[in-house]
Design a protein around this ligand. Structure first.
Ligand code: TLP
Length: 349
């Protein structure tokens, strides 16, 4: 059974599904533009300066996606044959089509993490001494909030310790901050303080912040110069990109604080889920807008539950046969959350 056209879909698959706001559409229609490959688009320049300023970095770069942001960062930080240290559940290692191996030709040294948070001691132990047999370790990657970890937030003290170890051993740190603003809103820690623990920081405009397209890379002027060349190589040199950058400016200026609502909705959803028979959820891991839970029932597994939810007009996706992820965002309101819980209660009664 497919939901009838009159039923409004509650789409919890990802915060990437958010649609631009009327204010964004207006800004896009009115954006001043130029050819950004010639550095002539004033709106892109404004967005890049704004992102850099918000994170306390020298420069910013507007890229097509979070994936492109991570990949150009890796290309700008490393040399062919280097080794990078990152957690085995990171987005860069799992969901970027082996870009690190193909585009940067680096080797990944993956570490286990606790729900996405690396142990600084294990990071230190993984750094290799100079030896003719070994690859050179040049970069540590961290992810905040952590997607597969369930939207978990890096404790600032852990980031500071990783930063300290990296500096001591001459490695750079890259922060995949696709959902950095969720982390900052959840903890109240200023973005600049988090960003100071990394040499480069990416964040997405097109997730919880609601812009239609785009992500930002920030770092030193030198680093951004190299990332810009890498972006060009990947075909990411966009022309009158001010049209989409304009929405990014609105996103950064007006959509950060409201992420709090998404976190509250995620908490309500998680607490409701915890009461349902056959659902296992660690409420301590629900720190931002991602809710991950397990289904342990004889009558329905995770893929089955996804199909049943779809009949009620609710979309989510399963990570494997037991595990489901739901992501809250601006286009799902409190009644949408209530409807999701009611549908689950009906299916699992
Ligand atoms: N994550 C997407 C999917 O790719 C899984 C999602 O729905 O969560 N870093 C992190 C931590 C991410 O979660 C994502 C997107 C990216 C990078 C890549 O961003 P995009 O999708 O813009 O390339």
């Amino acid at each position: 059974m497919v939901p009838s056209a009159s039923v409004q879909i509650v789409d919890l698959r990802s915060d990437t599904v958010t649609k631009p706001t009327p204010e964004m559409r207006r800004a896009m229609a009115e954006a001043e533009v130029g050819d950004d490959v010639f550095a002539e688009d004033p709106t892109v320049a404004r967005l890049e300066a704004l992102a850099a300023e918000r994170l306390g970095k020298e420069a910013g770069l507007f890229v097509t996606s979070g994936t492109q942001g991570n990949q150009v960062s890796l290309m700008a930080h490393t040399q062919r044959g280097d080794e990078i240290i990152l957690d085995e559940n990171s987005h860069i290692f799992n969901y970027e089509v082996a870009g690190l191996a193909i585009l940067s030709a680096v080797q990944a040294r993956t570490l286990r993490s606790r729900h996405g948070i690396l142990d600084p001691t294990e990071v230190r132990d993984a750094i290799r001494q100079p030896n003719i047999h070994y690859p050179k370790d040049t970069l540590i990657c961290v992810e905040n909030t952590h997607n597969r970890g369930g939207g978990t937030v890096y404790p600032l003290a852990t980031l500071k310790e990783i930063r300290r170890i990296a500096t001591e051993h001459g490695l750079a740190v890259h922060l995949d901050g696709a959902r950095l603003w969720n982390a900052c809103v959840a903890t109240g820690i200023p973005a600049k303080e988090v960003a100071a623990q990394a040499d480069s920081v990416t964040f997405c405009l097109s997730k919880g912040l609601g812009a239609p397209v785009g992500s930002m890379v920030t770092g030193s002027r030198d680093f951004i110069g190299r990332a810009r060349r890498a972006r060009k190589m990947l075909g990411g040199g966009m022309r009158q990109a001010g049209i989409i950058a304009a929405a990014g400016i609105v996103a950064l200026e007006s959509m950060v604080d409201r992420l709090r609502e998404d976190h509250e909705n995620a908490r309500t959803l998680a607490e409701g889920l915890a009461k349902l028979p056959g659902i296992t959820i660690d409420l301590g891991l629900v720190q931002t807008n991602i809710v991950i839970f397990d289904v342990a029932r004889k009558d329905v597994d995770a893929p089955g539950l996804i199909l049943r939810l779809h009949e009620h007009g609710i979309k989510a996706f399963n990570i494997n046969d037991q595990r489901i992820r739901m992501v809250t965002h601006k286009d799902v309101d409190r009644p949408g959350i209530e409807r999701t819980l009611q549908a689950l209660a009906t299916i699992l009664k």
